[in-house]
Design a protein around this ligand. Structure first.
Ligand code: PLP
Length: 261
């Protein structure tokens, strides 16, 4: 059983954040060890407040945990602020052999801002060079790269040092969601998935955590990405309306059995 270090925020609605990560990682055969970067006040519609954990506590928890438990991959979601990002980057530099999956969390589905300008700069200059797989959706890729067109966004993010960039979405082909993978050699793969009805809470977290689980099990990257997308698609397809807002993916019972053969 591989441990995956997850650094992210708590979403009390259970749709996104650490709970989504735990479910997606458990469903795909690994154990999540979870370091909370921020609390949030939120429901299934929006985030009303974000309360970053103190950077000194984040650092201490990372030190204690990583002293105790080996990890086979790291998954990073909501960071909270630039101070927390600095702590995370310092720690990642001490473990360069471990794959790092980063899902940038810049704004809530309901529109609330979750990243300051200082944090955006930190993503660009400090975190991207430490990232094995970066999984922005198109608006996040545009904001971080300051480019418009999807290929240009990807190349700008690769230029900053990310080893692989998976840009999700971009609804320019009305019949499908298109996810595109780029690495230093250019665009290496494109996957098309059905457009599902409704809005979902925690789709990005689900995908990035499933990628981390497959990568931790040393599945080759392209296959890991395909399996993680298929798992996420299933989880979204079975999502339930448990509150008044966005649907919550069904990540455990109906969302894949961890069988990667
Ligand atoms: N992590 C936390 C704690 C959040 O509150 C949110 C969204 O509000 C996210 C991550 C991102 O969610 P999604 O996967 O829907 O982009």
């Amino acid at each position: 059983m591989k441990n995956i270090l997850v650094i992210g925020g708590h979403d009390p609605s259970g749709g996104a954040g650490i709970q989504a990560d735990i479910e997606a990682i458990a469903a795909n055969g690994c154990h999540a060890v979870t370091v909370i970067s921020a609390l949030t006040v939120q429901d299934t519609s929006n985030v009303f407040q974000m309360i970053p954990v103190k950077a000194s506590i984040l650092r201490r928890q990372l030190d204690v945990l990583l002293d105790d438990m080996p990890v086979a991959a790291v998954k990073i979601g909501l960071i909270g602020n630039a101070e927390n990002a600095r702590v995370i980057a310092q720690r990642l530099r001490m473990m360069p052999q471990i794959p790092v999956i980063v899902d940038p969390v810049l704004a809530a589905g309901g529109g609330s801002e979750l990243a300051t300008d200082a944090l955006l700069q930190f993503y660009r200059n400090e975190l991207l060079p430490l990232t094995t797989v970066f999984t922005p959706n198109l608006p996040e890729a545009q904001r971080l790269s300051e480019k418009i067109e999807v290929d240009s966004c990807a190349y700008a993010l690769l230029d900053k040092g990310a080893k692989n960039v998976l840009i999700t979405g971009g609804h320019e082909q009305a019949e499908a969601v298109v996810n595109r993978l780029y690495d230093i050699s250019g665009k290496v793969e494109e996957w098309k998935w059905p457009i599902l009805e409704g809005e979902f809470h925690g789709s990005g977290c689900t995908l990035a955590s499933a990628i981390a689980a497959f990568v931790a099990q040393q599945i080759p990257l392209k296959l890991a990405l395909r399996l993680a997308q298929a798992y996420t698609c299933d989880a979204l397809d079975s999502a339930r309306k448990l509150g008044k807002g966005q649907l919550i993916p069904l990540r455990i019972a109906g969302g894949g059995n961890g069988d990667v053969e």
